[in-house]
Design a binder for this molecule. Structure first.
Ligand SMILES: [Zn+2]
Length: 327
């Protein structure tokens, strides 16, 4: 039946009617708040490219995590800025490393808050790449298989420190299976893996690299992160991670890849996380600061759109603000 019998505006007439037929609801319970914990600072240090987000000491991270939880955000995602870096990234699996210490402190203060730890080497390597670098002359390669052992070792250290979920973000082939095997071998079979399954080599990570001090010293990450043009390959990446034992799969970034969120959700039927990344956050903040966008309305529309596309979980720097607005 068409117009004039059919009039879609009938159900848009009032706030109550619109609410009754709303298909997607945004809830603080679906959000994850990322945080940057830094070694050797005793106060908050603002990250210029990401207004409202700071480098945190462990004590401030405990406060900030508690604040997020009080607003109804059930989980935080931790990144670390370590005391030092080396060729291998050994700070990643140091049981007294910055993320391990922060995880213990946060879990002690807020036992019911879910602590997800990012699992990668790039914040800990002197060269800033996500794996073992082999250099021949001016050429370099990130060597896949030797990296797997280091990631597996890191996953055990993080889980032992109390991480509720480990989240490998490196994009090495076979890492999920290696991490699953290591966790199981060490009696950590109950620790879930949230894999950054379909992670693009994206321009939208720019502000994060300042925040995590993880820009590669040479080259770029296009030999391991995905080509933004490839949708079928993104699905293959997600399927492989599911086969290897991932419990949750991620699409990163979110906004240029809403189609992949939908495809991967429909295909895998897995719990799906989308990472609304630093560049997406910084764009909204910059436009809002210039009076070009209503920040609150824009953020809630963006997060709803990511949920509507098929994401069950949205990782976002807007989490605390959004949770406050949703109250
Ligand atoms: Zn990395």
């Amino acid at each position: 039946m068409a117009f004039p019998q059919t009039r879609l505006r009938r159900l848009r007439a009032t706030h109550a009617l619109r609410g009754l037929v709303r298909e997607t609801r945004l809830d603080a319970a679906d959000l994850v708040y990322p945080m940057f914990v830094a070694h050797g600072i005793d106060r908050r240090e603002p990250i210029a490219a990401m207004p409202g987000i700071d480098h945190l000491s462990i004590a401030h991270a405990v406060d900030e995590a508690g604040e997020a939880q009080a607003l109804g955000v059930p989980a935080v995602l931790l990144f670390g800025l370590p005391a030092g870096k080396d060729e291998e990234g050994s700070g990643a699996w140091d049981d007294e490393g910055i993320v391990q210490l922060a995880t213990r402190a946060i879990k002690e203060a807020h036992p019911d808050l879910i602590v997800i730890t990012d699992l990668c080497l790039c914040e800990y390597t002197s060269h800033g790449h996500c794996g073992v670098v082999v250099q021949t002359g001016s050429e370099f390669e990130v060597d896949n298989d030797p990296t797997l052992d280091l990631l597996a070792r890191t996953s055990v250290s993080l889980a032992r420190a109390g991480a509720d979920v480990v989240a490998p973000s490196d994009m090495m082939d076979g890492r999920v299976a290696a991490i699953r095997a290591a966790l199981d071998r060490e009696g950590l079979a109950q620790t879930p893996i949230l894999s950054y399954a379909s992670k693009m080599a994206s321009a939208f990570y720019g502000p994060f690299r300042e925040a995590a001090d993880s820009a590669p010293a040479f080259g770029d990450r296009r030999s391991y992160q995905m080509d933004p043009a490839n949708g079928s390959e993104a699905l293959r990446e997600a399927r492989l991670d599911v086969d290897e034992g991932a419990d949750i799969v991620m699409v990163k970034p979110a906004l240029p890849y809403l189609d992949l969120i939908r495809t991967i959700k429909d295909d895998t039927q897995m719990p799906l996380a989308a990472y609304n990344v630093s560049g997406e956050y910084a764009m909204v903040k910059a436009a809002a600061a210039n009076g070009r966008l209503d920040e609150r309305a824009a953020v809630l529309e963006i997060l709803t759109g990511i949920r509507r596309a098929g994401a069950d979980i949205v990782i976002t720097y807007h989490a605390k603000d959004a949770a406050r607005w949703l109250q």
